[in-house]
Design a protein. Structure first.
Length: 181
C-alpha cells in the first residue's frame, strides 16, 4: 500500500484528507511524497505549509505539447532522466517542495483560458506513478482532481489503494459508485 489515491466529488475535502494523512504518516515515521494531481486547484501547497508550489513535473517531461507528441509517437512519454525506475532521490529539487520527511510534487496546472485539456498531465501522472519505486517506509499520496475523468485515463492502474471521499449528497454518492465499479 505505498501509492494511495484520494478521489471524489469536488468540495468533499480531498486536499484536507491528503494533508491530514500526510501529517499522520510523517508522525508514524514514513517519508511522504504528496503528488498534487488536481490541475485546477492551486492551494494544496499552502495547506502543507509551503509558501509556493514546486515547478510542475510536466515541465520535467518537456511540457504539455512534448508530452502529447511522445504519447502519440511511443504510446507513453519517456522519462527525461532516462531511467526505467524513478526513486525519490532522482527527482530534481526544483520539482519538489520538501521538509525532512515530507515532499510535494505537482503534475501541473491549467493556468489560463484556451490552454487545452489536462490530458498531458494525466499522461505524466501515469508515467511518473508507473516508474516511481519506493523504498521501505516511503509512501505516496495522490490528491486527484474532482470527478471521474482520471479513471477514464487509466491512472488507477498505477496506484495500490484508492480512498473515495463522499459527502451526504446524491451527487457525491453517485460519483463514488461510478468510481467503485
Amino acid at each position: 500500500m505505498q501509492k494511495i489515491s484520494i478521489a471524489g466529488k469536488g468540495g468533499t475535502g480531498k486536499s484536507v484528507l491528503t494533508t491530514l494523512l500526510a501529517k499522520v504518516l510523517k508522525e508514524m515515521g514514513y517519508r511522504v511524497l504528496i503528488v498534487d494531481a488536481d490541475e485546477s486547484n492551486p492551494g494544496l501547497y499552502r495547506m502543507l505549509g509551503f509558501h509556493h508550489g514546486p515547478s510542475d513535473l510536466i515541465d520535467l517531461f518537456g511540457g504539455p505539447r512534448r508530452v502529447m507528441e511522445l504519447t502519440r509517437e511511443m504510446g507513453v512519454p519517456t522519462h527525461p532522466l532516462d531511467n526505467e525506475k524513478i526513486y525519490l532521490r532522482d527527482i530534481p529539487g526544483k520539482y519538489l517542495m520538501a521538509t525532512d520527511t515530507l515532499k510535494l510534487a505537482s503534475v501541473g496546472k491549467i493556468t489560463g483560458a484556451f490552454e487545452g485539456c489536462a490530458c498531458p498531465m494525466a499522461e505524466v501522472l501515469k508515467t511518473f506513478l508507473y516508474r516511481l519505486f519506493l523504498k521501505e517506509r516511503e509512501i505516496v499520496l495522490v490528491d486527484m482532481e474532482a470527478g471521474v475523468e482520471h479513471f477514464g485515463r487509466g491512472v488507477e492502474r498505477y496506484i495500490d489503494t484508492l480512498l473515495i471521499l463522499v459527502e451526504p449528497s446524491f451527487e457525491s454518492v453517485a460519483l463514488a459508485s461510478k468510481i467503485n465499479l
